[in-house]
Design a protein around this ligand. Structure first.
Ligand SMILES: C[S@@+](CC[C@H](N)C(=O)[O-])C[C@H]1O[C@@H](n2cnc3c(N)ncnc32)[C@H](O)[C@@H]1O
Length: 273
């Protein structure tokens, strides 16, 4: 589904009396998109502070755990199943000023290495897309959360502009479960696992727009063009799997920019009746 105006543009209209330079200038103006750090404002708004322990599930190398302990004075446990993430994370944490407040554990969301009620808040950023069965995974989060505790989730979802065939091929290259991109499916799973949606921010394309404006992200369009034109030589140079992941990640970001995917932040509360 793309914008469908009722009338086609005529040649006269297209090349006629309107100011192209003014249009380009209008599109050069920033819309002040929210950047990826705003998720920590959401965490802060839930009152996390000293004495609290946050679980960063799928926390990769513990970067966000470090950021939260620095900002909120809490403790954090980062759980990730990939050994390389854990090893790189140990070096990062050892070098960081507040590293003593972060613990890295190998583990999965399906079997979190923690006791019941260990955490005041769970942070799950951009990782639920990898999970096959979401209800048991969220129920496991519920187990390790204090009664009434919150989960802050950042996730990317499909919009009606994403065609079903695109969904399948895109997900294959980024180890993502296609069903995880459905908002309806997600919200039903959340309720089934014993959580209530307490907050929702639809960010749409803002984070990717912000990173493009800041120059902190690659030029994904150029990457895809090069990946397509030099397919065989890049596969030879990088290997097939890195080639696919780079292609999938770049396409993922382009789809976020053009509205086939949208990002959202959910705040869930453990439902205790
Ligand atoms: C896109 S990365 C996001 C990492 C980090 N949360 C961030 O926002 O930068 C997805 C992460 O999920 C982790 N992951 C994949 N399957 C998982 C599982 N079953 N349980 C916990 N983490 C998982 C991966 O190892 C990876 O670090």
């Amino acid at each position: 589904m793309i914008d469908s105006w009722s009338q086609p543009v005529t040649v006269e209209e297209m090349y006629g009396d309107w100011d192209y330079e003014a249009a380009v200038a209008a599109l050069d103006r920033s819309l002040e998109p929210r950047s990826a750090t705003t998720i920590f404002d959401v965490v802060g708004s839930l009152g996390v502070g000293p004495g609290d322990t946050v679980l960063d599930i799928g926390g990769r190398e513990g970067q966000h755990a470090l950021l939260m302990v620095e900002r909120f004075g809490c403790r954090a446990v980062s759980v990730d199943p990939v050994r390389e993430n854990n090893e790189r994370g140990r070096e990062l944490v050892a070098e960081a000023e507040h590293g003593h407040l972060v613990e890295l554990r190998l583990g999965t969301i399906e079997q979190i290495p923690a006791e019941a009620g260990d955490f005041q808040l769970i942070f799950a950023r951009d990782m639920l897309g990898h999970i096959e069965d979401l209800v048991p995974a969220l129920a496991e989060c519920r187990r390790v959360l204090v009664p009434g505790g919150h989960m802050v989730i950042f996730e990317v979802f499909a919009t009606p502009m994403l065609y079903p065939e695109e969904l399948q091929s895109l997900c294959r290259d980024v180890a993502t479960v296609p069903a995880r991109l459905s908002v309806a499916d997600f919200e039903a799973n959340v309720a089934a696992a014993g959580f209530t949606v307490e907050g929702l921010e639809v960010l749409g394309s803002e984070y990717v727009e912000a990173s493009q404006e800041a120059g902190t992200a690659p030029n994904y369009l150029l990457q895809v063009s090069r990946l397509r034109r030099a397919r065989e030589s890049l596969i030879g140079e990088l290997g097939e799997m890195p080639y696919r992941v780079m292609y999938g990640n770049a396409l993922w970001s382009i789809y976020r920019l053009i509205g086939k995917l949208e990002s959202r932040i959910y705040v869930l509360r453990r439902d205790d009746g």
